[in-house]
Design a protein around this ligand. Structure first.
Ligand code: G4P
Length: 529
C-alpha cells in the first residue's frame, strides 16, 4: 500500500457521518448540543438552543426565514471526539420539514432515531425511518427524557417492533423514570451509571453483573429486584446482540437517557461511534464505488440558494464518497461534460463558513454554484462514472400553479425550472395537458418559499390553488396511460423525467387502483434507493 493510500484509509476509518431522525420536540436540538459539547465544538450549553431562537436577527438568510424564525435549510456540524471525525447532518424538522430532510438521509451512513420516552414512535419519525430502511443503513435509538415520567421501556421496544418493524437490543436499561429515575444499567459492560438529578455529575460503578450487591446499595431493594427481573427477561426473551444485523439496519441498539441533564449521552456517543459504520461504498453506473478509491468522487445532495442575498449565490452541498478532495481541484461534471475548478470549497459549522483545504469520504463540502448543478449530480476527479440519481420522495401537499402576470412566461418557466432542479418543489404536468402544472411539496412551507422566491428572484407572481391529493405514486406498468382509476379523486401526471405518476387523496385510493389493474406496481419514491 502506498503512503497516500494508507493515509486515505486512516482518514476514512476515523469518519462517522450520520443524521438524527425524530419528531419535533423529542429533543434533537438538545441532544445535538450535548454531542457538540463532548466534541468541544461549542463552548457553552445553550449556544445551539440560542441559535434556534435568535439566529435570524443576524442571519442574512431569506426574509421568509427571518419572518418565521425558523430555518428552511440544514447545515452540517462537524466535531472530533476520541480520535473520531464526526459529521452530523442536521435534518430540517418542524414546519420546515421538506424534501431536503429526506435527501440529507441519503448523504448519511447511519441514523440516530431519537424518541421521547413519554410519547414513543411519532409520525415524523416513521416517515424518516422509512427512508433509512429503504437504504438499509444502521439505525441507533436514543430514548430521551427519562427524567420525566416515561412509558414502560418494554412497551416502547414493542412499539419499535410493531410500528417500525425493527428488532431492538437495549444496550442499557433504565431504572425508573421521572422522580424515580435512578440511572441506567449498561448490559454489555455491566456498569451502573447513576442519575443525580440535573447535577450533570456522572457516577459509574463497574459491576460483576446485574446480581452484584453494590447495585442494590445504589438503587434500593425494590428497584433492584425489578431491574433483576427485567434484565433476566431481556436476556432470556429479548433479541440477542448481532452486529451484522445492526449493520444491515435490521436490529437497532437502544440507549436510554436524558439529553437535557446530559445523562447517558456520552455513553451513547462512545458506543454509537464504535458500532456506526465508516463511510460506505455507494452504487454508481459502474458498480459499487469504494471510499478507498484514490480519485475523488462525490454527489450533490442539496442546493441552498441565497445564503447571502447580496450575492444571490447558491451553494451545492456535496457528499464526498471516494478519494481525497483538495482545494483547487479540477473536477468533471459528467451531466454537462464540463470541468470545474473548485477553488473555494467551504465547510460549514452552524452558520459560519470556512474554506476547506481537504476533505475525505464521509465529509460534506459546500461549493459555489453558478447555477449549473442539480440535485443528484456527480462530481469526479477522473473517469466517467455517475452516482445513481437521488430519488424523489412522495410529496404530501399539492397545488395547481398559474402565472398571474401573463407577460412573464419566460421568467416564470425559468424560475420554475431552476427551483425544481434545486429541489424546492416537485413539478408535475397533467398527462395530455402539458400546460397544466401541479406542484408537489413535502412540507407546506415550501409553497411559501416558492412564491417568495419566484417574486424576489424572477419578478413573477403566481397563484397557487391547493388540491386535495396527499400522495404521489410512481407507476411501474407497460400501460400506465391506460390505467383504470377514479378520475374524480385521482390525477394522472408526469414528472420532470416523463415518468407516469398518480396523485391520490389517500392510501385507500391506491389500493383501489392496485386491485383493478393487474401487474401494476406503485412506488412512493421515483427510484429504488
Ligand atoms: P427538537 O429540537 O427535537 O424540537 O427538541 P428540543 O431539543 O428543542 O427540545 C424540545 C423540548 O424538550 C425543550 O423544552 C427541551 O428543553 C425539552 N427536552 C429536551 N431533552 C429533554 C430531556 O432529556 N428531558 C426533559 N425533561 N426535557 C427535555 P421546551 O420547554 O420546549 O424548551 P426550553 O424552554 O426548555 O428551551
Amino acid at each position: 500500500m502506498t503512503e497516500q493510500m494508507a493515509a486515505l484509509k486512516k482518514e476514512i476509518e476515523k469518519r462517522r457521518t450520520f443524521a438524527i431522525i425524530s419528531h419535533p420536540d423529542a429533543g434533537k436540538t438538545t441532544l445535538t448540543e450535548k454531542l457538540l459539547l463532548f466534541g468541544g465544538a461549542i463552548r457553552e450549553a445553550g449556544s445551539i438552543k440560542g441559535r434556534k431562537a435568535s439566529r435570524h436577527a443576524t442571519s442574512d438568510w431569506m426574509e421568509i426565514e427571518r419572518k418565521r424564525g425558523i430555518s428552511v435549510t440544514s447545515t452540517v456540524l462537524q466535531f472530533q471526539y476520541e480520535g473520531y471525525h464526526v459529521n452530523l447532518l442536521d435534518t430540517p424538522g418542524h414546519q420546515d420539514f421538506s424534501d431536503d430532510t429526506y435527501r440529507t438521509l441519503v448523504a448519511a451512513d447511519s441514523a440516530v432515531m431519537l424518541i421521547d420516552a413519554a410519547k414513543g414512535v411519532e409520525p415524523q419519525t416513521i416517515k424518516l425511518f422509512e427512508v433509512c430502511r429503504m437504504r438499509g443503513i444502521p439505525i441507533f435509538t436514543f430514548i430521551n427524557k427519562l427524567d420525566r415520567e416515561s412509558r414502560d421501556p418494554f412497551e416502547l421496544l414493542k412499539e419499535l417492533e410493531d410500528v417500525l418493524g425493527i428488532h431492538s437490543y437495549p444496550m442499557n436499561w433504565p431504572v425508573g423514570s421521572g422522580a424515580h429515575f435512578r440511572g441506567i444499567f449498561d448490559r454489555r459492560r455491566t456498569v451502573f451509571e447513576q442519575y443525580d438529578g440535573r447535577e450533570q455529575k456522572v457516577t459509574r460503578t463497574p459491576l460483576t453483573g446485574v446480581e452484584d450487591e453494590r447495585l442494590r446499595e445504589r438503587i434500593g431493594d425494590e428497584p433492584y429486584q425489578k431491574l433483576m427481573e427485567e434484565i433476566t427477561l431481556l436476556d432470556v426473551a429479548g433479541d440477542s446482540f448481532d452486529e451484522s444485523a445492526v449493520q444491515q439496519g435490521q436490529l437497532t441498539p437502544v440507549f436510554f437517557g436524558s439529553a437535557i441533564s446530559n445523562f447517558g449521552v456520552e455513553t451513547f456517543l462512545r458506543q454509537f461511534l464504535e458500532l456506526a459504520p465508516t463511510p460506505v461504498a455507494r452504487p454508481t453506473s459502474e458498480g459499487l464505488l469504494c471510499p478507498e478509491t484514490p480519485t475523488f468522487a462525490g454527489f450533490v445532495f442539496k442546493i441552498q440558494a441565497n445564503m447571502n442575498p447580496a450575492h444571490r449565490d447558491r451553494v451545492a452541498f456535496v457528499r464526498v464518497c471516494a478519494g481525497r478532495f483538495s482545494r483547487g481541484m479540477n473536477v468533471a461534471h459528467p451531466r454537462t461534460g464540463k470541468r470545474i475548478n473548485l477553488s473555494s470549497p467551504q465547510q460549514f459549522f452552524a452558520q459560519d463558513r470556512s474554506i476547506v483545504e481537504e476533505a475525505y469520504p464521509g465529509d460534506i463540502i459546500g461549493i459555489f454554484d453558478p447555477g449549473i448543478f442539480r440535485i443528484g449530480d456527480t462530481l469526479i476527479e477522473s473517469g466517467s462514472l455517475t452516482f445513481e440519481g437521488l430519488p424523489q420522495f412522495s410529496p404530501e401537499h399539492f397545488a395547481r400553479v398559474t402565472l398571474t402576470d401573463t407577460g412573464k412566461y419566460k421568467q416564470y418557466n425559468k424560475g420554475l425550472a431552476q427551483l425544481t432542479e434545486e429541489g424546492t418543489v416537485q413539478l408535475f404536468r397533467v398527462a395530455n395537458r402539458t400546460e397544466d402544472l401541479i406542484l408537489g411539496v413535502v412540507g407546506v412551507l415550501q409553497f411559501e418559499v416558492l412564491e417568495y422566491r419566484l417574486k424576489a428572484e424572477y419578478g413573477v407572481t403566481v397563484s397557487l390553488t391547493r388540491l386535495p391529493y396527499q400522495l404521489a405514486r410512481w407507476i411501474v406498468s407497460d400501460r400506465a396511460d391506460e390505467l383504470l382509476f377514479d378520475r374524480s379523486s385521482c390525477l394522472l401526471v408526469k414528472d420532470q423525467d416523463e415518468r407516469f405518476v398518480m396523485l391520490f387523496p389517500n392510501e385507500f385510493a391506491t389500493r383501489w387502483v392496485l386491485e383493478r389493474n393487474d401487474g401494476v406496481t406503485l412506488h412512493s419514491t421515483s427510484n429504488a434507493l
